[in-house]
Design a protein around this ligand. Structure first.
Ligand SMILES: *[C@@H]1O[C@H](CO)[C@@H](O)[C@H](O)[C@H]1NC(C)=O
Ligand SMILES: *[C@@H]1O[C@H](CO)[C@@H](O)[C@H](O)[C@H]1NC(C)=O
Ligand SMILES: *[C@@H]1O[C@H](CO)[C@@H](O)[C@H](O)[C@H]1NC(C)=O
Length: 682
């Protein structure tokens, strides 16, 4: 028998992804947390299930929980309530419901409309089947939590009624009483709320025991501001925004680890071997289709001959008739007989049976044909010609089937790899698809860098976009210019959605600090259902760097949900470049199968003392060159204010300064990340 002192609740997660990999589900813990924090002692919560977006699977789960003797009081579903084709939860749940509960639907919608206008796109269903109350919550853990919290205070009574408790006995004490029990109007003197004291009139419901001192109403144990951080609610206005970033400050290493963890694995594609291959990385070994050379070829100009160490041939010294000619061209060559020679040019195929080639220098002409146009006989002056002399054997460079390139090796612009693939007849190879990177600037104050005329007050030229496009292409990846997006909520969301449809990685700049117009994080989280993996890094410059992934519904042909990667870089030009090299590049390398990932790290000697930041690791722009002794020396590019793109002029490296008091002295050895080629002496 179930424990009737508690209400029994079940959670059904409806998600394609989580149904394949339950580890990815965040809905169950989020919902259990709401109950644990706010109503823990009234509910047992040990029944959970995850199903894909399938009407049948959803209905089976719910009827299993509502139709038997051991029914559940409450079934919460999360997911599949949107507008896309695969969203079928309301269609699955509606027909199961015996008594609809539009009031609960209204309550949930009203709560989420306060958070975001996108709540209009939700299609919640609520109602009672047999004795079970069913609520459909949105798929995002945050949305589900918000909705649940909105109706939570009513759920105990709703479930008691649904289970058959007499409504009038439940209502003794009036609405005020009900609200008090639900924690809506906490009585003035907390201290007088002794358990079991004022509940007697109320203890008639059969679905809870008397043993535990009756039921005290659900009571929140945390204040809203103590709950896990989320992005600013843009509709709440400037007075409600966070005064301090709600995101924890991560170390650079932790941030890099999260990037590595959440950037998707590379995609393997098959492509023709042509110049477009340059910069790609092979996803599998390449075996030679053909041997090189594919035929026995002469390495000199001379005469093909059957050599002296052949059992039938006493010596190559002597006079021979010239019975054939072999040029370096395609076609059949007649076989050579013992006692004959055939004239041959460098690279030409040996006639069958010929074993060697004697150089023209080792011969003299003895006679010509009657018309004087051709050689008739020649004399070979040496008897020392060996088998195989001056012959390149079949496969002496590469044998058919030999592995000529390995998985993970790159095709460089130097040309050697492409030449090798071409020489062994490889027409197609598997490579890692190079990610396409979109660059978007955000902010109403940003104008194109080449806009004519003077700047108006407050306007700023867009330096980040051209800078980042150059850096991405310079790193060997395809970059797409997505222009400038407005700071207005609708416009920004539109721009982000359009961008994520076309690119694999989106890099935005601006809109991630604490300003009231910084809409990027809220839009990523609330409107696009993305996950922000970090929003602050203990580094200088680049503190507000944000990394998120956004799930994209599979397209018609696609089979699984795709994750798009979003880097929201700070709007300051120097910060944008530093964080691109530090954070975006390793992700591009992972997606493109490039290894090792990120900028190469070298040791350099500082040419002058540099002050450190006590709390944040600093990435100081420097010029690295060779010093007198062949070591590497780093010279600072000057003042490192994050708005100062000038500090990048000539910079080819970032020196990594530790977070500590004081300074790193002249002559000390520090790590540097190389962004470009190391030049001459500095
Ligand atoms: C869930 O809890 C009930 C009562 O508390 C218990 O009877 C049941 O065995 C539990 N089920 C699981 C799967 O733990
Ligand atoms: C619950 O409802 C279904 C459908 O109306 C019905 O078939 C079933 O018998 C009911 N179960 C109980 C325990 O009332
Ligand atoms: C080279 O291959 C790419 C695909 O990798 C293809 O798009 C392109 O058209 C090819 N170029 C030529 C000249 O065939």
């Amino acid at each position: 028998m179930a424990d009737h002192s508690k209400l029994r609740a079940a959670i059904l997660i409806i998600s394609e992804t989580a149904s394949k990999d339950p580890a990815t589900d965040k809905g169950i813990p989020a919902l259990q947390e709401v109950f644990a924090e706010k109503a823990g002692d009234r509910w047992t919560f040990n029944e959970t299930r995850i199903v894909p977006d399938s009407v049948l699977d959803i209905q089976r789960a719910i009827t299993g929980w509502s139709d038997g003797e051991e029914f559940f009081n409450l079934v919460l579903t999360s997911g599949g309530t949107g507008f896309t084709v695969k969203d079928v939860t309301p269609e699955a749940v509606s027909p199961l419901i015996h008594k609809h509960a539009p009031g609960l639907v209204h309550g949930m919608l009203a709560a989420s409309l306060k958070v975001t206008p996108f709540a209009m796109m939700a299609r919640p269903v609520a109602g009672v089947r047999n004795k079970t109350l069913i609520l459909t919550l949105p798929g995002s853990p945050k949305g589900a939590k918000e909705n649940l919290e909105a109706v939570l205070p009513q759920l105990v009574h709703a479930c008691q009624q649904a289970a058959g408790a007499d409504s009038r006995s439940l209502h003794v004490g009036g609405t005020k009483k009900l609200e008090q029990d639900a924690g809506l109007q906490p009585p003035k003197q907390e201290a007088t709320l002794v358990q079991g004291h004022h509940h007697h009139s109320h203890d008639h419901g059969h679905s809870h025991s008397h043993g535990q001192g009756g039921h005290s109403g659900p009571k929140a144990h945390t204040k809203p501001e103590d709950r896990p951080p989320i992005s600013n609610d843009p509709s709440a206005g400037p007075t409600r925004r966070y005064r301090e970033s709600p995101y924890p400050m991560l170390s650079v290493d932790d941030a890099l680890q999260l990037i590595d963890q959440h950037t998707p694995e590379p995609t393997v594609i098959s492509v023709p071997v042509n110049e477009s291959l340059v910069g790609s990385v092979l996803a599998s070994d390449v075996a030679a289709r053909e041997s090189v050379p594919a035929f026995r070829a002469s390495t000199v100009d001379g005469y093909a001959i059957i050599a002296s160490n052949h059992i039938m041939v006493p010596s190559t010294k002597g006079i021979f008739p010239v019975t054939g000619v072999s040029h370096a061209q395609a076609g059949e060559v007649p076989a050579l007989q013992i006692g004959e020679v055939a004239r041959i040019t460098t690279g030409a195929p040996l006639p069958p049976k010929a074993t060697s080639v004697v150089m023209v220098e080792d011969t003299v002409l003895r006679s010509m044909t009657d018309d004087g146009m051709e050689e008739d006989e020649i004399e070979v002056l040496t008897g020392d010609i060996k088998d195989g002399e001056n012959v390149r054997e079949v496969g002496s460079d590469v044998m058919a089937g030999d592995v000529v390139m390995k998985k993970g090796e790159g095709i460089t612009a130097v040309g050697g790899e492409l030449g090798l693939l071409a020489s062994v007849g490889t027409r197609e190879v598997s490579i890692y698809r190079k990610p396409v990177v979109g660059v978007l600037s955000t902010g109403d104050e940003i104008v194109p860098h080449d806009r004519q005329g003077d700047l108006r007050l407050g306007e700023v030229r867009d330096t980040n976009r051209p800078t980042l496009l150059t850096a991405i292409r310079g790193s060997g990846f395809e970059a797409v210019d997505l222009g400038i997006a407005s700071d207005k909520p609708g416009a920004l969301e539109e721009a982000l959605r359009a961008a994520l449809r076309t690119v694999d990685v989106l890099v935005t700049t601006g809109g991630v600090s604490m300003g009231e117009l910084d809409l990027l994080k809220p839009t990523l989280e609330r409107a696009l259902g993305g996950t922000i993996h970090f929003g602050r890094v203990a580094m200088k410059p680049g503190k507000p760097t944000t990394f998120a992934t956004v799930p994209i519904k599979p397209t018609a042909g696609g089979t699984h949900d795709a994750q798009k990667v979003v880097f929201a870089l700070p709007g300051n030009p120097a910060s944008a470049v530093v964080t691109f090299h530090l954070f975006v590049l390793p992700a591009l390398h992972k997606l493109g199968g490039v290894s090792p990932r990120g900028l190469p790290r070298v040791k350099v000697v500082l040419a002058e003392a540099v002050r450190c930041d006590a709390r944040r690791a600093e990435f100081h722009r420097v010029v690295v060159g060779v010093d007198g002794e062949g070591g590497l020396r780093a010279v600072s590019t000057g003042v490192q204010r994050s708005s100062r793109i000038g500090s990048f002029k000539g910079a080819n490296a970032l020196v990594c300064l530790p977070a500590r008091e004081g300074r790193v002295e002249k002559g000390e050895r520090v790590d540097a990340l190389l962004m470009g080629m190391v030049g001459g002496e500095v």
